[in-house]
Design a protein around this ligand. Structure first.
Ligand code: COA
Length: 329
């Protein structure tokens, strides 16, 4: 019997309606459209507005749409891996909350936190359950309500992030299609440069931590940029080399959408031309765990069975990695 691969068999996404434009940011902090566009490539991002709405509320429409597309019920899901850095609460896991909201009564689940690399870590982890034969339907969700952890008076972070959520279904494939290889890395020495300090066991929430702004995302942009641009490009090149792929073999590069300049550098290092790079950063900004599934969702109609895709990401931790997969439908 041929090896079982874990293949993506459905994808869907959700972004909130509210559009936060560069023009609106100009009225909030000392910035301008020209600076944001030239340094990041971002023109606008989506924000989840409304009382009582959290990350799981973006996952619900994304996953309901996915199940409808695939023609299965929520009760058929066996495992839910929810990749997020902005869970609804510290616990219970957002995977549990989502399971309840969609009626996934037969699934177990957990959250996976690897910042902007979360979705790559999530599908690699989910694939193990398929490849081992343990499960046949694994849902991997990547979503973040970044607006819940952004200080909208800090121009170094508020221009970058947005809210959004995507999801894929992993199922067994015996035609050799699906996840072929992945390289994932972590380096905790990067934690001082990109983090949310408050609310954990090191700095539990107090009046003081709130006064210090520890509940907001902090980023030392220049340092993160240097690590991101080198490591994301290196790991993408490494996975190509290890799988003897040339640029002409690759149908699509699906990069994490953190900064257009990092995406361009990665594509250049791989020798991939712009037409083969999924880029929607101009409309959504950085949605953290959401960027890669949102790209797959938006490009789904252009994907063909057998297409070779390289996914690549870099994020807080530091975490980074690359996945080589073939599209299965
Ligand atoms: C955040 C980022 C866009 C900032 O761009 P940068 O080119 O590094 O900009 P710098 O922080 O060096 O700032 C350059 C100048 O612009 C100013 N500036 C910073 N933010 C600004 C803003 N929003 N609008 C206008 N000016 C701004 C700075 O004050 C600085 O001014 P100075 O030269 O007078 O001191 C960039 O560093 C970045 O993308 N970092 C990595 C993000 C990332 O990949 N994250 C990892 C995954 S989540």
């Amino acid at each position: 019997m041929s090896k079982i691969h874990a293949a993506i068999t459905a994808v869907n996404g959700y972004v909130p309606d509210y559009i936060l434009t560069n023009a609106e940011l100009e009225s909030m902090v000392d910035t301008n459209d020209e600076w944001i566009t030239s340094r990041t490539g971002i023109k606008e991002r989506r924000i989840l507005k409304g009382e009582g709405l959290a990350t799981s509320d973006m996952a619900v429409p994304a996953v309901k749409g996915l199940l409808e597309k695939r023609g299965i019920g929520a009760d058929e899901l066996e495992l839910i891996i929810f990749c997020t850095s902005t869970p609804d609460m510290l616990f219970p896991a957002t995977a549990n909350i989502l399971a309840d909201k969609i009626g996934a009564v037969n699934a177990w689940g957990y959250d996976l936190q690897a910042a902007c690399s979360g979705f790559l870590f999530g599908i690699t982890t989910g694939a193990q359950f398929i490849e081992s034969g343990r499960h046949k339907k694994v849902l991997v969700v990547g979503g973040d309500k970044m607006s819940s952890v952004i200080n909208y008076t800090d121009r170094s972070t508020c221009i970058i992030f947005g809210d959004g959520c995507g999801a894929v279904l992993l199922e067994p494939n015996e035609e050799g299609l699906g996840l072929i290889d992945s390289i994932l890395k972590t380096d905790g020495s990067g934690s001082p440069y990109l983090n949310i300090k408050g609310g954990g066991s090191l700095h539990p929430a107090t009046h003081e931590t709130v006064d210090l702004g520890y509940h907001y995302a902090f980023q030392e942009g220049k340092t993160v940029f240097k690590f991101a641009v080198t490591n994301m490009a290196n790991v993408a090149a490494e996975i190509m080399e290890r799988n003897e792929l040339t640029a002409s073999d690759i149908a699509w590069l699906v990069p994490h959408q953190a900064n257009k300049r990092i995406i361009d550098a990665t594509a250049e290092r791989m020798g991939i031309s712009q037409e083969k790079v999924m880029i929607n950063i101009q409309r959504y900004g950085n949605t953290t765990s959401g960027t890669i599934p949102l790209c797959l969702w938006e490009w789904e109609k252009q994907l063909k069975k057998g297409d070779k895709l390289i996914l690549a990401a870099f994020g807080g931790g530091f975490t980074w990695g690359s996945i080589y997969l073939t599209w299965a439908y």
